[in-house]
Design a binder for this molecule. Structure first.
Ligand SMILES: CC(C)(COP(=O)(O)OP(=O)(O)OC[C@H]1O[C@@H](n2cnc3c(N)ncnc32)[C@H](O)[C@@H]1OP(=O)(O)O)[C@@H](O)C(=O)NCCC(=O)NCCS
Length: 184
């Protein structure tokens, strides 16, 4: 897939103009800032306050952009004006799991609840269906205390296939890690 390609232009539920597109190399500093802000929030993601360095983000992005070019991954960025407000992606696993994509999604705190997450998720899955020919299953893990995300996945056709009891330590509490999948 072509880097930087626009896949959506429209309004959020609150009427703000939004653009959704594939990333390009020059997005790396804003992605770094976005990730580090989410990490400080200690929301329902892997990073809980740790701060990434530019070099680490550059390596991550270079690898991901290669996957996009080879149609082995999709990543979409949502912008309101110049502000990065959401990121969602999926990428193929390797070898015996080359038909399985791992899915991820985040929306910036101030922009949640206005339809950006659901739209981004639908677009990533649509793009992945179109371009990642080997993809058969999308899977993800969700913290059990993340009600918004668990409801969003269930309402979008994801099925729970298990949970690791106390698999996550979030803000000092042990919570289950809930696993979801969807056939593509
Ligand atoms: C989970 C997340 C991506 C959802 O994005 P969003 O833009 O806030 O979600 P949307 O506004 O598109 O709403 C999607 C669905 O979530 C649910 N939802 C949204 N806001 C909610 C709220 N305040 N309370 C309960 N459910 C809510 C609704 O079921 C909604 O479905 P609908 O479209 O039928 O109304 C976002 O909240 C987020 O980034 N959270 C922090 C990081 C995270 O949890 N990532 C996922 C890790 S598994």
């Amino acid at each position: 897939m072509e880097l930087g390609k626009i896949v959506y232009k429209g309004k959020t539920k609150k009427g703000r103009d939004m653009l959704i597109r594939y990333p390009k190399k020059s997005d790396t500093p804003i992605l770094l800032d976005y990730m580090n802000t989410l990490s400080k929030e200690r929301t329902f993601i892997h990073f809980q306050g740790e701060q990434l360095k530019l070099k680490e983000e550059e390596k991550y992005m270079n690898d991901f952009l290669k996957k996009i070019k080879k149609n082995q991954g999709v990543k979409l960025l949502a912008f309101i004006g110049d502000k990065l407000v959401g990121v969602s992606d999926t990428y193929l696993q390797e070898k015996t799991e080359k038909h399985v994509g791992v899915f991820g999604i985040t929306v910036a705190k101030e922009y949640r609840g206005e339809g950006i997450g659901r739209l981004l998720m639908n677009l990533v899955i649509e793009e992945a269906k179109k371009y990642i020919k080997e993809l058969k299953i999308v899977r993800l893990g969700c913290f059990a205390n993340n009600k918004t995300a668990c409801v969003m996945y269930k309402n979008s056709g994801f099925k729970e296939y298990g949970r690791l009891p106390a698999g996550i330590r979030h803000r000092g509490e042990f919570v289950d890690h809930v696993y979801f999948y969807k056939n593509i």
